[in-house]
Design a protein around this ligand. Sequence first.
Ligand SMILES: Cc1cc2nc3c(=O)[nH]c(=O)nc-3n(C[C@H](O)[C@H](O)[C@H](O)COP(=O)(O)OP(=O)(O)OC[C@H]3O[C@@H](n4cnc5c(N)ncnc54)[C@H](O)[C@@H]3O)c2cc1C
Ligand code: SF4
Length: 687
Amino acid sequence: MNQTEKPQQKKDVIIVGTGIAGSLIAKLLTDHVFDADAKKMIHRSETDDSKTYKELSILMYEAGLEAGIELDSATSMVTYNDYIRKFYIEEAKVPNSPYPNLKQAPSPNVLDIEPIVPPFPDKKGYLVQFGPMPFASDAIRVGGGTTLHWLGTTPRMLPNDFRLKEQYGRAMDWPIDYETLKPYYEMAEFEIGVSGNVAAQEYPIKESMEEYYGKNYVFPMEEIPQSYMDHQIINGLAGTSVQLNFEEYPIMLVPSPQGRNSTPNIAYGTSKIVKAEASESGYTLTLKNIESEEYKALGAVWNPYMGERCEGNASCVPICPVQAKYNALKTLKKALYKVNKNQNLQRNHNIQVQAQSVVYKLSVDVADQEKISKVHIRRYISREKTEFVEEVIDTNETIVILAANAFENPKILLNSKYTVFENGQNVEKTVANRSDQVGRNLMDHMVMLTWGLFPDPVYSYRGPGSTTNISSFRDGNFRSKFSAWISPLDNWGWSWPAFSPGSDLSEFLNDGLFGEELKDALTHRLSRQVLFHFEIEQLPNPDNRVTINDQYLDVLGIPRPVIIYGLTEYEMRAMEQAKLASDQMFARLGIEDFTKYNATDNNTFVYNNVRYSYNGAGHIVGTHRMGDNPDDSVTNSYCKSWDHPNLYIVGAGNMTTLGTSNPTLTLSAFTIRSVESILKDLENILK
Ligand SMILES: Cc1cc2nc3c(=O)[nH]c(=O)nc-3n(C[C@H](O)[C@H](O)[C@H](O)COP(=O)(O)OP(=O)(O)OC[C@H]3O[C@@H](n4cnc5c(N)ncnc54)[C@H](O)[C@@H]3O)c2cc1C
Ligand code: SF4
């Protein structure tokens, strides 16, 4: 292996990862500059031509290929079209199928998941899984990160999700509540470009929708129309309820807010900026109108002025062919390109993104407040070769931000050891791990699927992946006994549980059907397929964890994530209850149930003598949770490490509990909030 040391120039900020967490921070920081006279950070809109301001120098490291972060119009279009072409030719159209599978920066892949036979781990893929159950979700290491293949569903968390301990005696409460996060949810909905209908939202909470969303609040874009299938199910279930645990739960079917382009909502008003305002105590971000600019749908990365609208192709996972769906490259582009005085987009040379660069370790200066003093990188030289250059950058005067996702952040931290002299002896420590919580409390929504045939055609396979959800079980007293869940209705037939439509074709061919008979059988089956999906909240459990082990290294010699994962009765009981709810809804709708869980499924278990199987939701959460107390959490509520004054760790890993909403809007909201603290730290360094 060809290794040389190459010192880098000092930067104000280092960001590891170009996913939504890293890109949001990059975008918001590059929107601000340092006013050396006033000794404070100000938004670009407040600068005037008579003065010069210090631009922040920012370096982002990205493990994925160089091509993935070239965001000029021509190159980004070529790269994205390569992803689409790969998606077309891959047989198994799983989330990672369009993207490069790199040996130097491997990604977990759902195709690698296998049943685990303890004590032997499943190490077929990138993850080394010790079980007892497989962790069933993936992520992708590519410029823009996992939002390239997310579905784009963006509900907010509910107030009780932040206080599970106080309300239901479970898990741990967040250090912030819903009200604190509310303005940042609005900023996140602006940055992602959420489409939805506030007036149609309905949740099982005591707050009114006006209290929850704020008076007159609307999403930036109009609701994406619910599918025909949704309407048939809504018509059949409206006004009915489900009986569980001796209680009636009214069925609430609501259109899902989602990060994909529809028509801008006139009531949303003008476009906005997220602007920091300084006070004695620090910075507060606010969402301000730009009166001169109308709100526009988010454009494609190759042309920010040309936003394609959702066309209902239903391939949102793994890729949106027209970039109607939000992905983090759209935010990254706003960090890399700024509008100049002539209203043209111009490359901002104060920020660089260095791709093919895998950050694997941090060093600590024990003599200087235990600051992070170095970031260590292995930069591989090409997609084909495994040779790499060893790089180190000094960071004593730099803010370091880990935004590499909830597998990679803890892996980097656990690989970073340092020694301090305490009470007369040398003590070995791990970065940011005073609480011993780094890597622990790994969570995902366990997805239980139920599927069947509707009595009439509902014409599945149309619209985005999901346009409606059942919100009835997102909160309630039952949470003291079993998990809450959200139930999206899926528009993609039985493709997830049964590999339809290919599997239907094989089945009918095997039955000897041909010609008109085959056509009729397929039409009958495919047009009636419905899929309900129950995303079950998993509680934080310190034994569910990402760790590392010198035995398991990747080709660059960097530890792979070693996963220990299982579920408890709390979640198993919720699956039992969710199946009861599904049975009642299917019976009411006249759906013929085809749901089948097999002993050979990868993720299967028996509870009260009944078999259940689950999938992953892609919601990799926990592993560096935020809290009030350095003894039981890794960061404070601004995602700042308790242990190192220049280290932030951001992403879904900060979530104290999971709730029932898909995590990305929430992680975006608190990541945006963390910028307030980062700006204050930068002010202190720069003045
Ligand atoms: C199939 C699927 C569907 C999903 N659907 C939804 C949904 O509908 N709604 C929702 O809210 N969420 C959804 N999610 C989850 C969502 O995608 C993630 O929560 C979100 O993308 C996480 O953002 P992030 O920036 O924290 O991490 P990522 O997006 O994973 O970004 C991490 C970045 O860091 C880079 N990186 C990693 N390691 C290193 C390293 N060592 N050095 C340098 N760079 C590194 C990666 O290449 C990547 O660019 C889905 C996920 C999946 C898998
Ligand atoms: S339905 Fe099609 S056009 Fe709409 S977001 Fe999904 S993939 Fe893109």
